[in-house]
Design a binder for this molecule. Structure first.
Ligand code: CA
Length: 228
């Protein structure tokens, strides 16, 4: 049975581009132009994944994310214009899984959809406990990090930060989410902690810390652990 994608997008060109390319990839595609149309489809024919544009004729995408998160755990990928940065963070914190900035390629969209579906799948089956890319290997169960077979020594905070990114590997994690999960909810404004620890982590993990291969910066939003 093919997976069902709901594309919520009022731009006709982008909508039909997504519809045709996702159909070619074997998805069953439903489309909605407005929030109310999307809500109706979500109630009557729930999809496996939602691709959501932010600026819609009858309101803001945030409302739909909040509504979905009240009772559904399906992945939500937000598609936004570059000037909507602040809103993008709000959406991720509200429970969206990932975002793409326009213009984006179909390949990028498919990669994000696959990562989001995989995370939802593994979240239901079993928690992610290992991560490997190139010569980096992280094992959350044994709390070990190896590069080229050599064990790296991380401080507990460095490890916890890396572990949080491993659990969301391939997806962006906002500054607020990282600070809350690693330091605690009272530390959400302490973004300098993140910069400091991310610098230390890169110095230990990356071959070239100034040009990170693993710990990627999502400017103004957060960080993403590379999966490919
Ligand atoms: Ca729009």
């Amino acid at each position: 049975m093919s997976l069902r994608v709901l594309v919520v997008e009022d731009d006709r060109e982008i909508r039909s581009m997504m519809q045709s390319s996702l159909t070619v990839e074997g998805f069953e595609v439903q489309t909605a132009v407005t929030l109310s149309e999307a809500s109706a489809l979500l109630r009557h024919a729930p999809p496996d994944v939602v691709v959501l544009d932010l600026g819609l004729p009858d309101g803001d995408g945030v409302a739909l994310v909040q509504q979905i998160r009240l009772n559904q755990s399906l992945p939500i990928i937000v598609v936004s214009a570059r000037h909507q940065e602040a809103q993008k963070i709000q959406l991720l914190d509200a429970g969206a899984d990932d975002y793409l900035v326009k213009p984006f390629s179909v390949g990028e969209l498919l990669a994000r959809i696959r990562v989001a579906l995989r995370h939802r799948g593994t979240a239901l089956a079993a928690a992610v406990t290992t991560h490997s890319l190139d010569d980096l290997h992280v094992d959350l169960a044994t709390r070990t990090v190896q590069r080229g077979g050599e064990t790296l020594h991380l401080t507990p905070t460095e490890f916890n930060l890396l572990a949080r990114l491993v659990r969301s590997a391939g997806r962006v994690v906002t500054h607020r989410q990282l600070l809350t999960d690693v330091w605690g909810p009272e530390f959400t404004e302490h973004t300098h902690y993140l910069r400091l620890y991310m610098g230390q982590l890169r110095a230990k993990i990356e071959r070239e810390p100034a040009e990170p291969r693993h710990l990627l910066t999502e400017t103004g939003v957060g960080y993403r652990l590379a999966v490919a």
